[in-house]
Design a protein around this ligand. Sequence first.
Ligand code: ATP
Ligand code: MG
Ligand code: MG
Ligand code: MG
Length: 576
Amino acid sequence: MKASQFFVSTLKEAPADAEVVSHKLMLRAGLIRKLGAGIYNYMPMGLRVIRKVEAIVREEMNRAGAVECAMPVVQPAELWEETGRFEAMGPELLRIQDRHGRQFVIQPTSEEVVTDIARQELRSYKQLPRNFYQIQTKFRDERRPRFGLMRGREFIMKDAYSFDRDREGAQKSYQAMAQAYRRIFDRFGLRYRAVAADSGAIGGDLSEEFQVIAATGEDAIVYCPTSDYAANMEKAESAPPARPRPAATQPMALTPTPGKATCADVAELLGVPLSTTVKSLVLATDPIGEDGTPAGAQLWLLLLRGDHDMNEVKVSKVPGLDQGFRFATQAEIEAHFGCQPGYLGPLRLRKPVRIVADREVAVMADWICGANQPDHHLTGVNWGRDLPEPDLVADLRNVVAGDPSPDGKGVLAIERGIEVGHVFYLGTKYSRAMDATFLNEDGKPAHFEMGCYGIGVSRLPAAAIEQNHDERGIIWPDAIAPFTVVLCPIGMDRSEAVRAAAEKLHGELLDARVDAILDDRGERPGAMFADWELIGVPHRVVLSERGLKEGQVEYQHRRDTAATKVPLEQVFSYVK
Ligand code: ATP
Ligand code: MG
Ligand code: MG
Ligand code: MG
């Protein structure tokens, strides 16, 4: 590829709305361009990265025995009604209508469609195990799309679904995927950790997240440096005797408050004066009941914090609730409580958490809640007014650094990560809801045992950048770089010798299947180097008339502080 024929479009400054380094650098390096909130064009430079990620994923999925298919982006609502998720998914699910008024959804994931395929195609135990995967566009109407491709609304996911005749088989399929994921993430060349995650209503230990280690990650991950123990914060435990935790209070039933509450009611309920400042506000409703069906229970969870920009809450360890929460903006909350827009602004919290219900709800004790923000995990949360007032940093965590590891092999440490993959044992949740069966050896129908396995294909490049960058720009691992090598000829337009050598080397590299780009744009050296350092191409070869006279070029890895003189014929050993 020649740069003059490609599309290089770098920016000196990132647009003001880009908050994190990966988002800024992806915009500056011309990898993506924003089309709308959480919706991006993959520009030619960015698409090359995505395609490389896909190729690695595809190779390893095929190697692990999964078979590729593609399920429609637009899916009939009826299928989603069979599992109850048409309602239960809440506003994250984008629903659309066709000209006949029929309802469809844009796929945020594809359990329904793949289970429909299975119930039609997989009739006998002899056809099992089977694992279908796709690399496909997803849409989730995220409450707060942000950080560019990191949390987009439209994004690309690899999603795989395994079908087995029994639990034992499903566990094998799960382990095969967990292994394939390790190979995939090893090949990306990133530092990552596989951590135990909550398996929600299904229970058991068969849920792991693959987290790319990065200080800016949204998730807190807990691990033991001297053993294999690693879990996300929701799942993490420490061995007894743990540090004393704030005592959980007695749960109490909440009396519903009919009609709309005023701001004064909210303040009263929160036990705060009306005159202070709130920085964040989160409200969640739970549209599904214990058995996973829409029960109509409306649990409104209101969290206010005076000192942090908390923006998302997760509730776990309560069957069915993990998928069902709906997050609301401050404006929605104000509308719900019948306040003027902006009215909740001046409230400030004395006590960290209060939970409000607008109908009577079952009392549940000892919840764990956490936010996608540092140090925002609550344990022992109960319904009621007399919640403990824990220290915002240390005591809100499930575990803290220095706690004994549950395996007894050391103490726990905490670092931050970006969730780039997730493997999950599903059991018969979807096959039962959709009555998807096959005929077993004894001729009787049985429900498929399933697993699902996702990789955030378009999130991955953002995670790679969060982990690998410096003040000059991106530093790609070779495996996913848009180009592996850039050839920078100095004075190519003036010197025939430089032109000839650059074109020859370029051709040889391409013949050897090295992904090389020749910068023939005629930029001044400074501008040319700055562009490729920003774009993050890992290997650079500079050709100049003076060097070529001595048969030498200058090689520099993106992480090197200085260039090395290298005989022309040895370039290959540096870039391969
Ligand atoms: P998160 O906790 O970040 O919201 P998730 O747990 O909802 O992610 P999964 O349903 O497990 O996501 O989907 C599989 C993978 O898809 C995730 O591990 C992540 O890498 C990716 N992914 C999920 N949501 C997004 C998004 N909004 N933008 C980009 N990638 C995403
Ligand atoms: Mg999510
Ligand atoms: Mg997650
Ligand atoms: Mg996940």
